[in-house]
Design a binder for this molecule. Structure first.
Ligand code: MIG
Length: 797
């Protein structure tokens, strides 16, 4: 055991020799002479929980982050020992616990060391506040890379960084601002070719040090709670992220319109302005599905009220907007105005639903409405009450989505910009201080909102957007990255944050396109739209203080390019929806950073700009003004340039031209990309046929297309359509097989294949073994029209 006297002098305590070991089904308890307990649980062969108690005590086991529906089960669990170690073996991992120190080493079944404790668990008693400061240190290796951690606006590879999780209202944050809105204490380590993950499920103000203080050590700690972390093995980053998302939960499918374009501003009012904006989208034929009302729609910023001067008849307005394809989304903040005439305040007061200071009075803080009190969303009864408040907005008025802001929680004009530490919370029956509940507050608000919106929008599906979040929030809500700035650096940050969120189990994320604070140039707006249309959540938002930020607010060229890219997003909706389906069912991130896509290629480990949209499209935004193109790294393999269909060999850096109206986009050879026609909003047109862009490869490649009724819950009863395509290309031969599952009948009857890059002239085609009349083949475009449920089409040269 490493005894670091300096650390001991600082008041650190360390476990000593193990005196007993006990097994209860999937859990092992190792207890040391000085009464430290390690509770080690095998959840799955590659998911192991490590939890440490001191003084022989483990806390009541409770977590908001862990999905109660996460399935556990392993194939193998064996405990053995040798002279120095207890050894726990699963089908995927070998965990060695050192007898004299309780330190652990984790190896794969081939004996490769994946991760090992340095000092391992140690702690300091917190004499002033109670409990322990719990700490963990792990050895890191040269070249080991680190990813994850939610919305941190730092380099994608965290090596060399130290970050802290404390949800903070971060107006006009910048590169490296920390802490920031969200808390996702989860990272992925990539050591040689092995990826693993660590999720430190502790809601206190946790910190992580990735070889910043010491080059060969990664550590994490928190000023309270337990050292409680999950080790998630790969070896692929994909398996790590899937394991993490499985553990902390996956979202349900959102309604398809939420993947359409969304327009927002602080604020659109009165009604005539909202209608005018909506009309302009239709007049200019720029597709749009969602329009947002920021805080000024309320009466004096009182949640669940309307300013009747600006919006005399919200129900009529919402319906008229909907008739034109616009779904209305409204903002709701946690601060409830202290006003004895206000029914929401009175109800909460009467029922004792507000957060209280330790010595008794309600927690009072200033936000938009003035002095406010704040519901304690960590109380299930409060969540239930909150959910019911949405009846009028959603059921009666017809609002389709709710946007939760300021839920860090944010308080104005006080140091720290949030509640004092002493504020009390119910924490679902585990009463505690704000130190413990702070990071989860926003998630519990979003959860209560989700339950309400879902209840009252039924049989449709809800949309919730949140600013603050803790691990697991993805089960309830989408998110945006908060108050960014209209600068080129922020475009880099936007790209980085969304990729990072995707690795952190929260794919349904977007940024304020164009920047929230300050005013973008038309050029910056265009470059941001060109990135934003590839983000799972795609919304323009701005503070409105400096000018307008609609697609037509700049000049015609900007309007036209904006339209072109939003149209592209709409044509790719079936592709995007399929990516969401894979996220919702399998926990696969909707965007994949290059390192996720090809972790064995070390060139990807420090790449930040390029990412894979879905499974097959590589995108690289233009991040500098006056660009005619850029240098970028193209991942290994062969790719088609999206704009001219030329084949480009990857695994190298290259210059790519990208005039103002394009950005570098490449499609993986062998991919089949589904497309819909352009629509002004989801469901505007009947989809007459599904177009498949088929990118020839001399290889076998699989692609999928998921479709359903676009809203509602029938898909859960099997009424979906999942087309699995297998493309097999040879020198003079291309075949596509289709395996379909699900009972949903798509509205189109035909599938049109658009053959790209075919290296031979087609001489013969068979569809399900029947000859296809070549006269039906449009020779120019190589377009083939097939019955939608064909099993195999075979093209021979
Ligand atoms: O103190 O509701 O991040 O999106 O427009 C500012 C007004 C409050 C902050 C949000 C922003 C929103 C704004 N809000």
């Amino acid at each position: 055991m490493i005894i670091n006297t300096e650390l001991e002098q600082k008041g650190n305590q360390f476990p000593n020799e193990i005196k007993s070991v006990r097994q209860e089904v999937d859990t092992l308890y190792f207890t040391t002479q000085n009464n430290v307990i390690l509770e080690l649980t095998v959840l799955r062969d590659s998911v192991i929980r490590f939890r440490y108690g001191t003084r022989g005590i483990l806390e009541d086991d409770f977590s908001y982050a862990i999905d109660p529906e996460n399935h556990v089960g392993y194939n193998h669990l064996e405990l053995s020992e040798n002279k120095n170690f207890y050894i726990v073996t699963t089908a995927k991992l070998i965990i060695k616990i050192e007898k004299i120190s309780l330190q652990s080493k984790i190896l794969d079944r081939e004996g490769n060391l994946i991760n090992e404790d340095e000092i391992g668990f140690h702690y300091e008693e917190s004499f002033t506040l109670g409990g322990n400061i719990v700490k963990m240190s792990k050895r890191s290796h040269p070249g080991e890379a680190f990813y994850g951690m939610g919305d941190k606006p730092v380099h994608l590879n965290l090596r060399g960084k130290r970050v802290t999780n404390w949800a903070t209202d971060s107006y006009a944050f910048g590169k490296d601002t920390d802490p920031i809105y969200k808390s996702v204490p989860f990272y992925i380590g990539l050591k040689e070719k092995h990826a693993y993950g660590i999720f430190f499920d502790n809601t206190f103000k946790s910190s992580f040090d990735f070889c910043h203080e010491r080059l060969d050590v990664t550590s994490f700690w928190a000023p309270g709670g337990e050292m409680n972390y999950y080790f998630l093995y790969g070896p692929g980053m994909s398996e790590v992220v899937q394991n993490y998302t499985h553990l902390t939960g996956k979202p349900e499918l959102p309604p398809l319109w939420t993947l359409g374009f969304q327009q927002c501003k602080w604020s659109y009012y009165p009604e005539s302005t909202v209608k005018g904006i909506a009309q302009k989208f239709r007049d200019l034929k720029i597709p749009c599905d969602g329009i947002y009302l920021d805080i000024d729609y309320m009466d004096g910023f009182r949640c669940f009220t309307w300013n009747k001067e600006y919006f005399p008849d919200p129900k009529r307005m919402v319906k008229e907007l909907l008739d034109d394809g616009f779904k209305t989304i409204v903002i709701i903040d946690p601060g409830i105005k202290i006003d004895p005439e206000y029914w929401v305040y009175n109800e909460a007061l009467e029922n004792d639903y507000f957060c209280k200071r330790a010595d008794g009075p309600d927690m009072v803080g200033k936000v938009w409405p003035g002095e406010c009190a704040f519901p304690d969303y960590t109380n299930p009864e409060v969540r239930e009450w909150w959910a019911d408040l949405f009846k009028e907005l959603v059921h009666d008025i017809g609002v389709r989505g709710v946007w939760n802001d300021m839920n860090e929680p944010a308080v104005m004009e006080v140091p720290g910009k949030t509640f004092p530490d002493d504020v009390r919370h119910d924490y679902d029956g585990h009463p505690c201080s704000h130190r413990k509940a702070h990071n989860i507050y926003g998630t519990q608000m979003a959860r209560a909102t989700y339950e309400g919106v879902k209840r009252y929008v039924y049989p449709k599906r809800p949309l919730v957007i949140t600013r603050s979040a803790y691990s697991g929030a993805q089960r309830y809500t989408s998110s945006w990255t908060g108050d960014n700035v209209a600068t080129w650096e922020h475009l880099w940050i936007a790209n980085n944050q969304v990729q990072r969120m995707c690795l952190s189990g929260m794919s349904f994320t977007g940024t304020d396109i164009g920047g929230f604070a300050e005013q973008p140039t038309g050029e910056l707006f265009v470059r941001w739209i060109q990135l934003g249309v590839f983000h799972p959540f795609c919304r323009v938002h701005s503070s409105g203080h400096h000018g307008d930020q609609e697609p037509w607010s700049f000049d015609d060229e900007v309007t036209n390019i904006t339209r072109k890219f939003i149209e592209m997003r709409y044509t790719l909706l079936p592709y995007l929806y399929t990516a969401f389906y894979e996220y919702a069912t399998e926990g696969i991130p909707m965007l994949k950073p290059l390192v996720y896509y090809d972790q064995d290629d070390v060139h990807t480990h420090y790449r930040t700009d390029e990412f894979i949209f879905g499974n097959h499209i590589l995108v690289c935004p233009i991040l500098e003004p006056n660009s005619k193109g850029r240098r970028m790294y193209l991942a290994r393999g062969r790719w088609y340039d999206y704009w001219n269909n030329e084949v480009v060999e990857g695994g190298r850096e290259l210059w790519v031209d990208a005039d103002f109206d394009t950005i570098p986009i490449f499609v993986k050879e062998g991919a089949i990309i589904p497309r819909y026609p352009v629509q002004q909003y989801v469901g505007e047109k009947k989809i007459e046929e599904l177009k498949l862009d088929v990118y020839y490869a001399e290889d076998t490649i699989e692609s999928r297309v998921y479709e359903d009724a676009r809203d509602g819950y029938d898909y859960k009863k099997g009424r979906y359509s999942l087309r699995n395509f297998k493309l097999t290309g040879k020198a003079k031969d291309l075949s596509i097989q289709q395996f379909k599952t699900g009972t949903f009948e798509t509205e189109y009857e035909a599938i049109k294949l658009n053959l790209i890059g075919l290296p031979f002239r087609i001489k013969k085609i068979t569809v399900d073994n029947v000859a296809y009349d070549l006269n039906n083949l449009d020779k120019e475009d190589k377009i083939l029209k097939l019955p939608k449920d064909f099993s195999v089409v075979h093209m021979i040269g």
